[in-house]
Ligand binder design. Sequence first.
Ligand code: MN
Length: 746
Amino acid sequence: MVQDDEKRIKNEEEAISRAFQDILDIYLASQHRKKVELITKAFNFARQAHKGVRRHSGEPYIMHPLAVARIVCAEIGLGSTSICAALLHDVVEDTDYTVEDIRNLFGEKIAMIVDGLTKISGGVFGMQASEQAENFKKLLLTMSEDIRVILIKIADRLHNMRTLEFMPVNKQYKIAGETLYIYAPIAYRLGLSKIKTELENLSFRYEHPEEYAKIEKKIEKTQQERDVLYSEFTTPISDSLKKMGCKFYIIGRVKSPYSIWNKMQKKHVAFEDIYDILAVRIIFTPKDIDDENNECFKIYNAITRIYDAHPDRLRDWLNKPRANGYRALHATFMSKRGEWIEVQIRSERMNEVAEQGIAAHWKYKNQGDDATPDSQLDNWLHTIKEILDDPQPNALDFLDTIKLNLFATEIFVFTPKGEIKTMPQNCTALDLAYSIHTFLGNHCIGAKVNHRLVPLNHILNSGDQVEILTSNSQHVDAGWLNFVTTAKARTKIQAALRRQKRILQREGEEKLQQFLEKEELGNYSNNIEKIWKRHNLDSREQLLEAIGSGTIVLGSDDKDALLGNKKFRFPTFSFFGKGKSENKHVETPEHFEKIDRKQTLSITDDSLHHSYIIADCCHPIPGDDVLGYYDEENRIVIHKRKCPIADTLKSSHGDRILAANWDTHRTLYFQVPILIKGIDSIGILNQITTIIYQELNVGIQKLTIESKDGIFEGTVWVNVHDVEEVHTICNTLKKIKNIQTIARID
Ligand code: MN
């Protein structure tokens, strides 16, 4: 026994040394200054600090900081400061050492980064919404102080995701959910596209293991076809580029299971219908680094002599890089087999930036290249700071606001003077107004887009010329929140609304005091509750606001209420200012339908005495991947794992998430909407209903069909027991000629 232990420990020690040597090798091969001594010191310090502690996987704890340091060095391309900070990132959190100790041993910079990492080590999301907002703000603040904090945090998360199998299932959902909700978007925003893809894929694998396996299998099965297609398509390109004397290599890139799945969900298509699973990437060494953009176009021209290019799919990310710094030329060509194939043309340095994001920018920036992307990143960090300066009372709103900012892709619009502005896709005229100046936003009444008058909520397109129209009499309206898409506009509108509210409340307070004085009710000023309850309001603030805005005029009934006289009547309605639209939570118990838990669900937790309800937002049915969520009343609400509301809950209240699985089914019916699209033809409606009713013996709850220009689109609500039955219905209906799309609607 003892000998076994000794042997095991010896093996582990060797593994630790090997892992460290591996990092040093990668580091020494990089272009960074060689500070091996400092890194070795950090490693030895972390190693003894974590001594004796093990991870969930059973490994010695130090293997985790080592893995994070390796990612930081090899996959993000950072240097010694970051490698040291990564090695030390859990020391302050998990051992008795303090930031002071780190500062004394490793200096100010490393200590500051470790401190930042320690502050956000509790996970971005805590138990309470307010706590979560605080943590999240901390994350963003540390990020804007030193971007390396967040880069190391992403590396930490990536390693935790890679080793997620060792965590209990409900923790897996929390971690996977958070990852998809916030870390993948941040990784994308920082240009770490490879890491973003891996994070998404790992989350997907843990949340929908069966779907993941299915797609992976299909990718494998079709690989050979793609290999043939790839070599047929690229051979002539290779030949032609070689003749041009170009130094290059070509790789085929296969879409990740997550993005395939995402596309299937979004576009309601089958795996077989996704045409861009294969993309081709050409990476070249430019003859002249300053001329790399032109060389991209030269390669593009060479390919157009072999294949036809798709007229609408040329994407020039060279002259207008993405906000995360990405540069490349994308084009789509028709292969000889009649399939469209996307080709991405990049120089070596563009490729490095594409994979390692901003870290690679810094590297090139040091070489004297002052490209725009860095200022783009600065812009973004600046926006983040602006949002942070404007405190938002609702934590979830705050999260949404930040998230809006992470995933947006850009369009370009022009001011009347011909200046160019970058805006997120799907932004409105009002968003643009706010992005130029808060005053313009607050007083915006409309815009002229390409000289045509449009309303505030008009969605802008790339290339539009936009003139913002304002009026001093215009005031911010809560309804604006329903259509703006940028974080900045949202924050500024909310701030203006709060300001308006405070003014109304102040006026209301004055009017209330006047009323009390006039009616000689001064002694009752502690009983104002009776008045706001009478008006069905929830707080004194609401009452003051309503009085201030004039929607409530205090009168004799209020006096009676205050004096406790019973004769007043309850008003049936009380219209209360604009503030109500800010409350997003509408899921009152009536919105859920109750089901009998014995028959349908098992929840892997000891809390089976709770009753549960099916979430109204995503209508899960037996067979769907689901999870449970303890709501405020301690009921368990069942959501689909892919439900966007569940995503938010996972992130904001991860500790209340339970793993849930369907047990036995076929006892209850669920109504499920199925979307049908196709070419309109005589008798098609009859065919659909005949198949569902007679052939499949399934009840139809409701059916709506619309036909326009020879295309019909309809929704059938069927009564089914589970997902399998939905699949059967869809597969059978697919056989009808002229039907093109069939999909369950979420
Ligand atoms: Mn860690």
